[in-house]
Design a protein around this ligand. Structure first.
Ligand code: ADP
Ligand code: MG
Length: 320
């Protein structure tokens, strides 16, 4: 039976890249790039609350890091390293093997080495917390408060799929295996456009990653920037896995559905061409979905006119 040290050694100790001191010491070490700011973020994933107990552990390892890379991208930062805190009720070798493979595959691709962590036994379910460290050239971070009236609002990827997959898996939507097959990748293996996020530093204005729902997250930009956000319903990229669903359900999934891990950002209209060129270079689907205006709040314009966006929704863990 593996103890804590054996477990770390077997599953989480891979050679750190040149210039890093990784797993094995009391602290990891690396040298920050001169003139760059350190960007850091941490996320907590709890079994039964943020993931299903029987989710594929390879995908879980991927997602645990992906949600953190999403935060770095939303700040305009590039990944530098990550740390993993893991609490497990028992040691399951196959689970650990798959989980660490999923994590390392994305970590390698993102040049975000795992340089340390902590491992403990938990009384209840699995708890996963990843801390990411990134860097952004000083003064170029994409802060939520940086949107200006007249800015375009941009969104990467599509909307609604993760929400529909979650409803299907929770039985809140009648079973439909074809629709589940089309949508569950968005929920279980998100690919946040973190490289585009970094490329936008110093070019875009405000940015946020859509984790709690478009309206809620864009609302954070609007509030921090003291502006209003006007969305164009027809410009919103509805995921094709929503085809054929009732219009009100599509609208809810698109506007308030969470777990999207795409990037919503604002930029000056003069930068449209440069922004589109960057997205094309990164192979990222990009839509211009509205504009920032004077005022406050989030609005949606459709054929009936301009309405306040549904205030309801957005995933609030402590909400009623
Ligand atoms: P300490 O008691 O000094 O906190 P630990 O015994 O917890 O150190 O960990 C030993 C080494 O293994 C440290 O370098 C730590 O960063 C690393 N480590 C522990 N758990 C993990 C993990 N789940 N993933 C990666 N590294 C880990
Ligand atoms: Mg420890």
């Amino acid at each position: 039976m593996l103890n804590e040290f054996g477990l770390i050694q077997q599953y989480f100790n891979r050679p750190a890249p040149e210039g890093y001191l990784g797993v094995g010491d009391d602290c990891a070490l690396f040298t920050p790039t001169p003139g760059w700011q350190l960007a850091s973020s941490v996320d907590l994933l709890i079994e039964g609350q943020h993931f299903f107990p029987d989710v594929d552990p390879f995908l879980l390892g991927h997602k645990a890091l992906a949600v953190n890379l999403s935060d770095l991208g939303a700040m305009g930062a590039r990944p530098k390293a990550c740390l993993l805190a893991l609490s497990l009720p028992e040691i399951r070798p196959l689970w650990l093997e798959a989980f660490s493979n999923g994590l390392f595959q994305l970590a390698d691709q993102a040049h975000c080495p795992l340089i340390g962590g902590d491992t403990t036994r938990s009384k209840q379910g699995v708890v996963i917390s990843i801390t990411v460290l990134g860097e952004v050239s000083a003064g170029q971070a994409l802060q939520r408060s940086a949107a200006k009236p007249g800015d375009d609002i941009w969104l990467t990827g599509t909307l609604g799929a993760a929400d529909i997959a979650l409803r299907l898996l929770q039985g809140r939507l009648a079973a439909d295996s074809e629709r589940l097959a089309a949508s569950r990748g968005a929920l279980e293996q998100p690919w946040p456009p973190y490289r585009l996020g970094h490329a936008l530093a110093g070019l875009a204005h405000a940015a946020i990653d859509v984790s709690d729902g478009l309206v809620q997250d864009l609302g954070h930009i609007a509030k921090a920037s003291q502006c209003a956000a006007h969305l164009e319903w027809d410009a919103l990229p509805v995921d094709s896995s929503l085809d054929g669903l009732p219009a009100d359900l599509q609208r809810e999934a698109v506007l308030v559905g969470g777990d999207v891990f795409q990037l919503c950002f604002t930029g000056a209209p003069q930068q449209r061409e440069s922004i589109m060129a960057l997205a094309q270079r990164e192979g990222v689907l990009l839509s211009r979905i509205g504009s920032m205006q004077t005022g406050s709040g989030v609005y949606v314009r459709d054929q009936q006119g301009l309405h306040p966006a549904p205030a309801q929704g957005g995933f609030d863990h402590f909400g009623g």
